[in-house]
Design a protein around this ligand. Structure first.
Ligand code: AMP
Ligand code: GLY
Length: 425
């Protein structure tokens, strides 16, 4: 099969490496891709949000399947446009992608179908939101922009003043753009977080191995929220009992709810969960593979990803045996100094072979360019240095050993990825 992957980050690199293991993947393409991806897939300079451009490219290349990985093209309806041309796709259509595209939609869905989540109210007027928060008088409180905001549209306000500032900056100053025309004010929950990605064809849901993200920029969960600074899998908080609770109270009810709403979800549905003192609650849904969760989940998959993607599309997922390796995986993100705020690009990198010069390591590229035989930085998150091992400690040791052999000016990474997971045991 000829397969085109849409996107250009570490997640897409991980998807491509797993597809490349399939005997069915004859030719891999990526748009726009990046420096690391370009060595495994032919890359085309078409933006992931350019629906017409991607449809034209898929037709020109006569691909047999398109995998749409990022949130914005999914929410914009790229799968619908490809489907209209009769092209097999992996990813939800526009009607289903709203589960990530609108937090108000997903919160209302959970309320209607009794799926556990933080208590909330939705607002389209800043004064009403502020009045509600003051009336509640409970801090911290959580203020979320309704739409997509690169994973940054969430503000945890510690007091009344911060909450009012959050509401006004989202709704009036539009710091997250139009995604802030509506907002959700939510009860603050506590507990360890768990990411569970799942395959679903709309009929059944197959959770992948669990993982844990590290969203804050600095060690000890300090600093700004980022797209994710590192991940580990499996997540030790996601025990068999927790998995059972999630399947009964969250995963199946969500699939059924989407179907009942006429929004059958096919693709990868990502459950962002918190293990609170009152049980597991949904923090967020994503309509796609997580980044950098995918980098630790797919290396542990012991099945053919092409078969799975095809079965999801055809609604025959129950025919596929999806197994996982009995190992651990760790990914340490190396970012540009300054990320998630301003950072330079075009810096030359060294120590950059695929294995990071350490056995059992693979270096997924997130923001790099390959020019004149050299790798240059090209984004905020630059690399995801990933290792598998028989234990989480072994995987982490290998990742960090490789991280130390890679360099570019002002490279920033957290030194405590996996620490919370290790202490859970
Ligand atoms: P989200 O983009 O909705 O996943 O939110 C980003 C991060 O903010 C989450 O990973 C949590 O760490 C935190 N967060 C979001 N909602 C809540 C909540 N209701 N209570 C506590 N923390 C939250
Ligand atoms: N790592 C979180 C996300 O992909 O949204």
């Amino acid at each position: 099969m000829k397969i085109l992957v849409v996107g250009g980050g570490g997640r897409e690199h991980a998807i491509i490496m797993k597809l490349a293991e399939s005997p069915r993947a004859e030719k891999l393409y990526c748009a726009p891709g990046n420096g690391g991806i370009s060595r495994y897939a032919e890359c085309f300079d078409v933006k992931a949000t350019d629906i017409d451009g991607i449809v034209a490219l898929a037709k020109k290349l006569s691909v047999d399947m398109v995998v749409v990985a990022p949130d914005d093209p999914l929410v914009m309806g790229m799968v619908d446009a490809l489907g209209a041309e009769g092209i097999m796709t992996f990813g939800p259509d526009k009607a289903a992608a709203i589960i990530e595209g609108s937090k108000a939609f997903s919160k209302d869905l959970m309320k209607k179908y009794g799926i556990p989540t933080a208590a909330y109210e939705t607002f389209t007027n800043a004064d009403e939101a502020v009045a509600y928060i003051k009336g509640q008088g409970k801090y911290p409180t959580v203020v979320k922009a309704d739409g997509l905001a690169l994973g940054k549209g969430v503000i945890i306000a510690q007091n009344e003043q911060e909450a009012e500032e959050a509401v006004r900056s989202i709704m009036e100053d539009k710091i997250f753009g139009e995604s802030g025309s509506k907002l959700v004010v939510e009860e603050f929950l506590t507990g360890p977080e768990m990411s569970v990605l799942s395959f679903t064809d709309g009929n059944i849901v197959v959770p992948m191995i669990s993982s844990m993200d590290h969203k804050r920029a600095l060690d000890g969960d300090q600093g700004l929220n980022t797209g994710g600074m590192g991940t580990v899998a499996p997540n030790p908080f996601y025990t068999e009992a927790v998995a059972k609770e999630c399947m009964e109270n969250i995963f199946l009810p969500t699939i059924k709810a989407m179907k009942a709403e006429g929004r059958t979800f096919k693709g990868c549905l990502y459950f962002g969960l918190m293990l609170t003192p009152d049980g597991v609650k949904v923090i967020e849904y994503n309509c796609r593979f997580g980044d950098p969760e995918t980098q630790v989940v797919l290396p542990l998959l012991d099945a053919d990803l092409v078969d799975i993607f095809e079965a999801v599309y055809k609604g025959t997922l129950s025919d596929i045996d999806i197994k996982w390796k009995d190992q651990s995986c760790a990914c340490v993100v190396m970012a540009s100094g300054g990320y998630p705020k301003k950072y330079p690009t075009g810096l030359e990198m060294s120590g950059m072979d695929d294995k990071g010069q350490v056995d059992g390591v693979f270096v997924y590229h997130a923001g790099t360019k390959f020019t004149d035989g050299k790798f240059l930085t090209a984004g905020g998150r630059v690399l995801g240095v990933t290792a598998t091992g028989d234990t989480l400690q072994a995987a982490l040791d290998k990742s960090y050993e490789a991280v130390k052999k890679i360099s570019f000016e002002n490279a920033h990474y957290r030194t405590d990825i996996g620490k919370r997971a290790l202490s859970a045991k």
